[in-house]
Design a protein around this ligand. Structure first.
Ligand code: ADP
Ligand code: ZN
Length: 721
């Protein structure tokens, strides 16, 4: 059997990721290997596949029982005989295991390092009597003091090569830093090791940083949109994990706390509940996570500022191991940075303090970035990366920024004309030329009165909020909140400094278009069936099949075992064991809804692309714009289409604009003829690059949709000329 065939047969995958294939080939050639891959990259497969192909026993060294158990469960579910040795096993169980090992009935044996080389262990001589063909060292960075997770017992592994000189060793880690890498190679005494370093970019994670205002409220609104999904919320202190978990529970969420101060019993209980999806949200200190293999963690939130990029990257990396789109959200407040600075200073150790402060500083810079966050992270780890990833908050909003200098000048001069004596609402009413009697008569005589009438109240509130954040305005906090200028205001008023705002039209279009469509109701039925199977098998649900696999099923609607075989994640054994049971809900659902298999769109078999890879699954032959266009031609208006498709009206309008540009739709369908010349003139004067200034010039009577439509029409005309 070739590695490729084994990949399909045992794991149900059709292509190798990263450098898996080369790594596997090296091991099969009996060479030592060190493999560096990001979390979720697929390290386990690098030794599991050779273990299947080689005729003998693979020993896997792993630091944590939880981790071993997870791996062993998941191998057994795929029909690969694996076991682990553990102090909790009874002598009888151990004897049985020994028998199996002697009879070559086990392919992979998981062990903690102290089991192998600890003082009272006679395991090495026994293992030498067996046909050991490979030794894998998981989390190999634990051997290095330079790593963030040093474990003294790992140092014993230095003896490995002496005891098993001819057996290939494969060391695996997700730690990128150079010092640790070097240390691993030296300490393990690997023989002419081949070193494989994969990119550490986690393409399926979207990075976002938002200003921390009312963190609980912000969290709730984030969590409400992800009610059925699992996530981790990291807090700085033990107490705040408990408080937050309690508050979330009160608010109806299935949350628990985890920190090093809890009893082992509670920790184990909460962790287990999280793995089994009984608890959706783990509110934790950084003590939580190492060894958590749960593949369907959909988001990681930091409510407090992490101390350094290394930790942050590792924690966020726990999201999306299954390769599906996942979120990393950080709530940033400059106050947190101040607090941490205080902690970073270590009395009497200037050198160490300086390093810690620098690292903290890099973290703060990350939060304040105006450029691609992913690029910053990759550069931090010495990897080159282009300046626009398309899936961090900065990239997603970048092209939606516009020059707001004029707006800022209007706001600041209003504050100034009102002698810095009024609150936000009064200033906005004044700017908008409100006829409200609250506005004093003498103010209505000022030239600035009404210069901001073309901007809505809501937009003004936002702009002023942003000006406060940018420190061009401030609010007094004694008694009645009053807007005042700052030292920097004059830069704006004199035109020495430009201001950029982010356009209100958000990136919704991006999201809705990029996510391949699936049947949500079916997905949730599939999850229920999986849960029942998992309970019977007594393993966490994601061990049965991953979320990614279920999502593919709910997308391509396989109707038979042969079709199911084309879904990523179904190897022979899983297909035979769980295939029928998982097919039932799909077939029932399709019957109910009159749907058919879409598996044809999927072959030849390949992994379902995530949104960050910028490809879309087929929408049963039509794309999203065409779908909109068809509805329009059936006589529906934009509002009705938006409602029917669950998209915003702005998105629908921009879909339709596309067809104006292709000449399939006449501009008069969307824009009244009296408005056309006005918009054309504005575009000719101000350019078509940015919509917001055009909207500002044209005022409330003109919509973004109309402006876009006219621009498309002008593009069409100029291309005809
Ligand atoms: P790591 O140990 O590097 O964090 P894992 O070994 O746990 O990552 O793999 C992460 C997930 O990716 C697992 O669900 C695994 O089954 C899956 N996986 C690994 N290799 C492939 C592949 N070639 N194609 C599809 N999925 C894969
Ligand atoms: Zn980016």
């Amino acid at each position: 059997m070739t590695p490729q065939q084994a990949l399909q047969k045992y794991f149900g995958y059709n292509a190798f990721r990263h450098q898996q294939e080369a790594i596997i080939q090296h091991v099969l050639n009996k060479q030592d290997v060190m493999a560096l891959m990001p979390t979720g990259g697929g390290k386990s497969l690098c030794y599991q596949l050779p273990a299947i192909l080689l005729n003998g026993l693979t020993i896997v060294i792993s630091p944590l029982i939880a981790l071993m158990k997870d791996q062993v469960d998941s191998l057994n579910v795929s029909g690969i005989p694996a076991a682990f040795l553990n102090s909790a096993q009874t002598p009888d169980e151990q004897r049985q295991l020994v028998e199996k090992l002697k009879n070559n009935q086990i392919k992979l044996l998981y062990l903690a390092p102290e089991r192998l080389f600890g003082a009272e262990n006679k395991l090495v001589p026994f293992l030498k009597t067996l046909n050991v063909v490979q030794i894998a060292i998981d989390e190999a960075h634990c051997i290095s003091q330079w790593g963030h997770d040093f474990r003294p017992e790992y140092l014993m592994l230095a003896q490995l090569k002496r005891e098993f000189p001819d057996i290939p060793v494969i060391a695996l880690t997700a730690t990128a830093d150079k010092l640790t890498q070097k240390d691993i190679l030296e300490k393990l005494n690997l023989h002419k090791p081949a070193v494989f370093v994969s990119s550490f970019n986690r393409a399926n994670i979207t990075y976002r940083v938002i200003p921390k205002k009312n963190s609980f409220k912000q969290l709730i609104s984030f969590l409400n949109e992800r009610a059925d999904e699992s996530g981790i919320i990291y807090c700085l202190s033990r107490k705040s994990t408990e408080d937050l978990a309690a508050d979330l529970k009160d608010a109806g969420f299935a949350a628990e706390a985890y920190h090093a101060g809890l009893s082992n019993e509670i920790k184990a209980k909460n962790q287990e509940a999280f793995l089994r999806d009984d608890v959706k949200i783990m509110v934790a200190t950084i003590a939580f996570g190492m060894g958590i293999n749960k593949s369907n963690v959909r988001y990681v939130v930091h409510v407090d500022l992490p101390k350094n990029i290394e930790g942050y990257y590792q924690e966020t990396g726990r999201a999306g191991r299954d390769g599906l789109p996942s979120e990393a959200l950080l709530l940033y407040s400059p106050g947190d940075a101040g607090k941490l600075q205080h902690f970073a200073r270590i009395e009497g150790n200037e050198e160490q303090s300086r390093i810690m402060l620098n690292k903290l500083n890099d973290m703060v810079k990350y939060c304040q970035l105006q450029s691609c966050r992913r690029q910053y992270l990759m550069h931090y780890f010495d990897e080159s990366f282009p300046p626009n990833c398309g899936s961090c908050d900065v990239c997603l909003t970048e092209f939606k920024r516009f020059d707001g200098t004029l707006i800022a000048q209007k706001a600041l001069s209003a504050v100034s004309r009102l002698n810095e004596r009024f609150g936000v609402n009064y200033v906005i009413d004044f700017l908008r030329g409100s006829k409200n009697e609250k506005i004093r008569e003498e103010h209505k005589q000022i030239k600035t009165y009404g210069i901001g009438a073309d901007i809505s109240k809501v937009d003004w509130q936002r702009y002023i909020r942003e000006l406060i954040t940018m420190n061009y305005l401030q609010v007094t906090d004694d008694g009645y909140p009053i807007l005042k200028l700052t030292d920097q205001s004059s830069l704006i008023l004199k035109g020495l400094q430009k201001v950029e705002f982010i356009e209100t039209q958000t990136t919704e279009e991006h999201h809705t278009e990029a996510a391949p469509p699936h049947e949500a109701e079916l997905l949730s039925r599939l999850k229920n069936v999986r849960r029942d199977i998992a309970e019977l098998e007594n393993v966490p649900a994601y061990i049965i099949v991953s979320d990614a696999t279920l999502l593919e099923m709910a997308t391509y609607l396989p109707q038979s075992l042969d079709e199911l075989r084309l879904i990523s994640g179904f190897g022979d054994i899983k297909l035979a064991r769980y295939g029928r049971e998982l097919l039932h809900p799909v077939k029932d659902y399709c019957k109910e809804k009159g749907l058919e298999s879409k598996i044809a769109y999927k072959s030849p078999k390949r992994e379902r692309k995530t949104k960050t890879e910028k490809t879309r699954a087929p929408r049963s032959g039509t794309d999203t714009r065409t779908e909109t266009f068809n509805l329009y031609q059936q006589g529906k208006n934009t509002a009705e289409i938006a409602a029917a498709r669950g998209l915003s009206q702005v998105t629908i309008e921009s879909h339709l604009s596309h067809f104006i540009q292709t000449g399939q739709l006449d501009v008069s369908e969307l824009v009244h003829e009296s408005k056309l010349p006005v918009i054309v003139e504005a575009v000719e004067n101000y350019g078509a690059e940015r919509l917001a200034p055009l909207k500002e010039v044209l005022g409330d009577a003109y919509t973004y949709g109309e402006i876009k439509a006219v621009i498309s029409w002008m593009n069409l005309n100029s291309s005809i000329k």
